[in-house]
Design a protein around this ligand. Sequence first.
Ligand SMILES: [Cu+2]
Length: 142
Amino acid sequence: MALSRRQLLLAAPWLVIGLIVALLAAWQMRAPEPARVVSCPDLRAGCSLPLDGATVGVEGELRVLKPFQLWLKAPGARRVQAHFTMAGMDMGFNLYTLRPDADGVFRARIVLPVCVSGRRDWVMSLEIDGRRIELPFVTELS
Ligand SMILES: [Cu+2]
């Protein structure tokens, strides 16, 4: 039985609302989960991450303009990126892709820029297969 023109007109707003609700639900599912903030008082000693036995740390001195090695052990991980920022300050493009070495340890050589306002408080944002973890840290005095 075919719907009358009047029935269609009555149903149209509900169809639109239903469509909007469905789109919102889909958008919600697509939105990335918020980053988890992890406290790591000594990155050189290494810290564990809330991610299936993953650990992260640095080798070398944690100074600006001086290369140091960032390492991350995350069994089964495929894609690991590290992004260095400062809260409320544009510090340029500091994005690194960590590559696995022969032992499967993800590594990248990092060089941080000098902060024009003399700040030393950084945030390392790790993205491990789409899951985000933030580790605030402070560089050593030069
Ligand atoms: Cu800065």
